[in-house]
Design a protein around this ligand. Structure first.
Ligand code: MTE
Length: 400
């Protein structure tokens, strides 16, 4: 471990853990004040002015939490935005999807070809950024410039389009193909090079019926900010694999060599710090992890004694089976009710509790069908990139 011995490191982790459990973490650390220019940009991209902006250029914004929990299908104007470069201006007539690599017949498809030649499907699926809840793992001092998302980098869409597997079958998959690499048409500048955002998913996953090439969100044309004219939707995987503004799909023997597969969106053990990023080490992230969060009450809320509803959101990449709630810091648990259906959709959880006056530490945790359960503390999952934060979420409230 460079520059820090194990004991110092553990001290730091413990300090971070304490920080993450402080009642009333700022609602949005590093949130940007919205001036007229920013409000105009939000409007231009079809975004609600209540979005929490973490970066203005390119626009990165989280959903307002209470509206996010209001409908199982997230409206497009509050759907979180994670962009590594400005939204590209694409031309509908000249745009093509190239399908190449280890295929029998390379394809070059217009939007009209895709819409005419392949059966249409809808898939309800949650997108969640790997940085979801990062502000409960990192803080402004050690976030290395990363966006300090709270529970707002998540949304549940009704995506419409064609199945990736139908397009791959039309191209003919060669036996040596093991991964599907997707490349976006945005222009990201890293150092002196400019390239499109990309990533890959294993071929087995790519052939799943849940994987869509989507040109619609919630029954309307895909908004420009969310990848128009076409994006990949890879349910169950971190949002980074759902490449927007698709330009090229390549079947290949190995993973994508794109920066966002090989360098970013990798998880490192807790004893690794920034020095390791340059080496390309670490494990590429794929599956989402089981997770649950509070939406109401807000942190540090003061509630009236009597019956109260506690509400939140839960997800998993395996089917979710249970959300549990504790009113006493994790000593005892009760099961919350779940709503929402569909293999790739989030669930809303809700519990009605009768509260007497006092201070409470509420805790929520979820469990999936494979037996995965959220870890109690951040130490077990800490990584310097702040990915996949999924320890029990705690919330201090006062009942009067
Ligand atoms: N695709 C392209 N081309 N460029 C991007 O910056 N961001 C990725 C993914 N696809 C990204 C992309 C990340 S990290 C996430 S979490 C999701 O898109 C976010 O999708 P959304 O902005 O539609 O919510």
């Amino acid at each position: 471990m460079s520059g820090m011995n194990r004991r110092d490191f553990l001290k730091q982790v413990t300090a971070l853990a304490a920080l993450s459990q402080l009642p009333g973490l700022p609602a949005a650390v590093a949130q940007i004040e919205k001036d007229e220019d920013l409000l105009a940009l939000l409007r231009e991209l079809g975004k609600h002015e209540e979005m929490t902006v973490y970066r203005a250029d390119p626009l990165n914004a989280g959903s307002p939490l209470e509206p996010l929990r209001a409908t199982l299908e997230t409206p497009a104007d509050i759907f979180y935005l994670r962009n590594h470069a400005p939204v590209p201006a694409l031309d509908a007539d000249s745009w093509r999807l190239e399908v190449d690599g280890l295929v029998e017949r390379p394809l070059s498809l217009s939007l009209a070809d895709l819409q005419r030649d392949f059966p249409r499907h809808e898939q309800v699926a949650t997108l969640q950024c790997a940085g979801f809840r990062r502000q409960e793992m990192l803080n402004e001092e050690n976030a290395w410039g990363a966006l300090l998302w709270c529970s707002d980098a998540i949304g549940n869409g009704r995506w419409g389009g064609v199945r990736l597997r139908d397009v791959l079958e039309a191209a003919g998959v060669q036996a040596e193909a093991k991964h599907l690499a997707a490349l976006g048409l945005d222009e990201i500048e890293e150092g002196r090079v400019t390239f499109g955002f990309g990533g890959s998913i294993p071929l087995d996953k790519a052939l799943g019926e849940e994987i869509l090439l989507a040109d619609e969100l919630n029954g309307a044309p895909l908004p420009a900010a969310h990848g128009w004219p076409l994006r990949l939707v890879a349910p169950g995987y971190i949002g980074a694999r759902s490449v927007k503004w698709l330009g090229r799909l390549t079947l290949q023997a190995g993973e994508s060599d794109n920066y966002y597969q090989q360098r970013a969106y990798k998880v490192f053990p807790p004893d690794v710090d920034t020095d390791m990023t340059a080496t390309g080490a670490g494990e590429p992230l794929g599956d989402l992890v089981v997770n649950s969060v509070f939406i109401t009450p807000a942190a540090d809320a003061e509630l009236a004694a009597g019956p109260q509803f506690l509400r939140g959101i839960a997800i998993a990449s395996q089917p979710l089976v249970m959300v549990e709630l504790s009113l006493d810091g994790g000593e005892s648990w009760q099961e919350a009710g779940l709503s929402g259906a569909g293999r790739w959709s989030w669930r809303f959880w809700e519990a009605e509790v009768d509260l007497t006056p006092g201070d409470y530490e509420l805790v929520v945790r979820a469990r999936d069908q494979a037996g995965n359960i959220q870890p109690p503390t951040v130490e077990e999952i800490w990584n310097f990139k702040g990915y996949m934060t999924n320890h029990w979420q705690r919330r201090s409230i006062r009942v009067v």
